[in-house]
Design a protein around this ligand. Structure first.
Ligand code: GLA
Length: 416
C-alpha cells in the first residue's frame, strides 16, 4: 500500500476561539439587548483504565481532554429557560419552565442542560431561569463524554450566575464544591436524561487537573491527581473515534449494571469493590452455585472483569508513580481483552482499531468509555502517532468500515 488514506483529525478549539464562537451564537439567537452573557466551558474525557468500575464502587483513571463544550449563559428573572445549540443552526431551540422539569419530561440534549438546574434545585440551591447557547468541539457520540462536558459547563455557569459558591476560582478550584456540582450532573444524566451512568465522566470534567490523570475512588468520591505528562516522556495517547454507533441510553449499559448489582447482593456485599482479588476465585465459585447455570456463567464473567479491572487501575497507578509509564501497555491490553470477552462491551470496530494499533507498534491499546462503539486509545511513541493512525485507517478500509477520526489526547484542565 503506497498511499495513506486521509486521516481525519479532530482538533480542539483554542479557548478564545470557542468563547468567541459561542458568544457570537448567543448574540445571533438572543440579540444584543440586555446584559452580555458569561461564558463557561468544560472538557470531555478519555479514561486511561478502570472501565465499568465506577458504578461498582471501584477505581478509574480518566484525563480531561483539551476538547471542550462552551456555554454562553445569562440569568433571567423568571423560571423560563431558553436554549439553543450552535450545532443546530436551523432549529429555533428549546423553551420550557424549570418548574415543569421532572423525570421523563425533557428529550434530547436539552435534558442535560435543564437536568443540571433540576439537580441543583434538588440539593436545595436556588436557581432561576436562564437563556443559554452551547457549542462544542467534543466529538459527539464518540464515547468521549460530550454529555458530561455539557452538564459540567452548565453546572459551573449556573454556579457562577446564581452565586452558589461551589466551583471556586479558576486558579483555586474548590474540590468539595465541585463534588457537589458533579453529583447534580449525575442526577441530570440518570434521572432527567435517563442514562444510568456511574459518575466518572462528570468527576473528570469538573475535578481533573491539567497534566494529571484523576484517580477517582468511587466508593467515597475521593480523588488523587497522578502526574501524567506523556509528551515529556516522548509518548502520546492516540484516540481513535471508530464512528461506530454508541448509545448508553439503550439497554446494554443498564443490563451490565443490573448484573453487577445482583451479583453483589447475592455475594452479600454492598458493591463489587469489596471483593479482594485474592478472594475472587472463592467469590466466583459461590456465585456459580447460587443461580441457574446460564445466568451464573454471565455473572461470573462480569464480576471477574470488574474485580480484575480495579486491580489493573492500581497497577497502572503504581507504575505511573514509579515513573514507568512505558510499562502500562500490557495492562491496557489486558483491560481490552477483559472488556471484550468477559464484560462483552466491545464491538468489531473497536477490536479492529486496537489490533491494528498494536500491530503497528502501540505499547498498549484498549477501548475506552462505555463501549458498544465509541473510541479506543493507544499508547504510542510520539514518533509513531502518524504510522499507527495510518495502520488503523487502513484496517478500517480493509473491513469496509466508516473511516475513523483521530485526536491526540493530553491531560487538560477541568471546567471553568
Ligand atoms: C460511560 C459512563 C461512565 C462509566 C463508563 C464505563 O462513560 O458514563 O459512568 O460507567 O461508561 O467505564
Amino acid at each position: 500500500m503506497s498511499t495513506t488514506p486521509p486521516l481525519a483529525r479532530v482538533d480542539a478549539w483554542a479557548p478564545e476561539a470557542g468563547t468567541e464562537r459561542v458568544r457570537a451564537a448567543f448574540t445571533e439567537r438572543f440579540g444584543t439587548d440586555g446584559p452580555a452573557p458569561g461564558v463557561w466551558s468544560a472538557p470531555g474525557r478519555v479514561n486511561l483504565i478502570g472501565e465499568h468500575t465506577d458504578y461498582n464502587g471501584g477505581l478509574c483513571l480518566p484525563i480531561a481532554l483539551p476538547h471542550r463544550t462552551y456555554v454562553a449563559l445569562r440569568a433571567r428573572q423568571d423560571d423560563v429557560v431558553r436554549l439553543a445549540s450552535a450545532q443546530e443552526p436551523g432549529s429555533g431551540g428549546v423553551e420550557l419552565r424549570l418548574a415543569d422539569v421532572a423525570p421523563g419530561t425533557v428529550d434530547g440534549w436539552a435534558a442535560y442542560v435543564v437536568g443540571v438546574a433540576w439537580g441543583l434545585a434538588g440539593q436545595g440551591h436556588r436557581v432561576r431561569g436562564f437563556d443559554a447557547v452551547v457549542d462544542s468541539c467534543v466529538p459527539y457520540g464518540a464515547g468521549l463524554s460530550s454529555s458530561a462536558a455539557l452538564e459540567s459547563a452548565v453546572a459551573v455557569a449556573l454556579d457562577a450566575t446564581f452565586g452558589l459558591g461551589l466551583a471556586g476560582p479558576v486558579d483555586a478550584p474548590d474540590d468539595a464544591g465541585r463534588t457537589v456540582l458533579a453529583a447534580a450532573c449525575v442526577r441530570a444524566e440518570n434521572d432527567i436524561a435517563g442514562a444510568p451512568t456511574g459518575g466518572m465522566d462528570q468527576a473528570a470534567s469538573l475535578r481533573a487537573r491539567a497534566g494529571h490523570a484523576l484517580l477517582l475512588d468511587c466508593l467515597d468520591a475521593s480523588v488523587r491527581h497522578v502526574p501524567f505528562d506523556l509528551e515529556a516522556q516522548g509518548l502520546a495517547l492516540l484516540v481513535v473515534d471508530t464512528r461506530a454507533a454508541h448509545a448508553l441510553v439503550d439497554g446494554q449499559y443498564a443490563a451490565r449494571r443490573a448484573t453487577c448489582e445482583a451479583a453483589a447482593a447475592s455475594l452479600g456485599v454492598a458493591t463489587l469493590r469489596e471483593i479482594a482479588p485474592d478472594d475472587l476465585d472463592t467469590a466466583l465459585d459461590r456465585l456459580a452455585a447460587t443461580s441457574e447455570a446460564d445466568v451464573a456463567e454471565v455473572a461470573v464473567r462480569r464480576v471477574r472483569h470488574v474485580v480484575t479491572e480495579i486491580a489493573r487501575v492500581e497497577a497502572v497507578v503504581a507504575l505511573l508513580d514509579a515513573d514507568r509509564v512505558r510499562d502500562i501497555g500490557p495492562l491496557l491490553d489486558a483491560s481490552h481483552t477483559s472488556l471484550r470477552d468477559d464484560y462483552e462491551v466491545s464491538c468489531v470496530e473497536l477490536d479492529v482499531a486496537v489490533e491494528a494499533a498494536r500491530s503497528a507498534g502501540a505499547l498498549g491499546a484498549r477501548m475506552t468509555g462505555g463501549g458498544f462503539g465509541g473510541s479506543a486509545i493507544a499508547l504510542v511513541e510520539a514518533s509513531d502517532v502518524e504510522p499507527v493512525a495510518a495502520a488503523v485507517a487502513w484496517a478500517f478500509v480493509a473491513h469496509g468500515f466508516t473511516p475513523p477520526a483521530f485526536l491526540v489526547a493530553t491531560a487538560a484542565a477541568s471546567a471553568h
